[in-house]
Design a protein around this ligand. Structure first.
Ligand code: ZN
Length: 199
């Protein structure tokens, strides 16, 4: 790629750092940006700068927001007595996309993982317990993933909240709709069996 001038090489290098973008795709994108109308390239550059300057974490739930409190924490139609605990903003987005929840969230920003040296102080468990301590919280739905770390995190939170009067629930997990049983992993199957219900 030495035949490209330095500014193009620099952009190829920056773009190739993005997830899923190899050198070849980065080269194609850089040339696309080069030939794009000036205003399109300027908008892309400005959008990236605005994103970095304006996005912060909601002071209540730690979701991504461009305000002090996020859209959900300030929405009077959402049930503020109900908190769904998730690992990260993408999990929250997945639940929002499913349109199946009308409460609020608490984003932990990770899961407990002793092997990686991640303990309760490294994720936002204290903040959750503080929220739980306020009188208005009635139910906490734990929606961490059903892998080992997600389960350990859920158990830790449940233990910490046991003494409170808050109703603690865990989202049901199991066989996905239309899922072929032979492709279901062991943990999913165990959970599906545990949560079996009468018909
Ligand atoms: Zn919020």
């Amino acid at each position: 790629m030495k035949y490209y001038p330095e500014p193009i090489l620099k952009l190829i290098n920056s773009l190739s750092k993005l997830p899923g973008i190899g050198k070849k795709t980065a080269e194609r994108l850089a040339l696309h940006i080069l030939y794009a109308p000036n205003h399109e390239a300027a908008t892309l550059a400005a959008d990236i700068i605005e994103l970095k300057n304006s996005i912060r974490l909601c002071s209540v739930c730690f979701a991504l927001t461009d305000q002090d409190k996020c859209r959900i924490c300030t929405d009077p139609s959402r049930d503020q007595t109900l908190i769904c605990v998730v690992e990260n903003p993408t999990d929250m987005a997945a639940i929002e996309k499913a349109n199946a929840f009308l409460g609020t969230y608490h984003i932990l920003g990770g899961v407990l993982s002793p092997i990686d040296g991640i303990g309760p102080d490294d994720i936002r468990i204290h903040e959750l317990l503080k929220r739980a301590g306020s009188k208005k919280t009635k139910e906490i739905v734990i929606a961490t993933k059903t892998n080992v770390e997600g389960e350990a995190t859920a158990s830790y939170i449940i233990e910490k909240l046991k003494q409170t009067k808050i109703n603690i629930t865990r989202i049901a997990s199991g066989i996905p709709m239309g899922g072929d049983l032979q492709y279901i992993d062991q943990l999913t199957m165990q959970k599906a069996m545990e949560k079996r219900y009468g018909v």
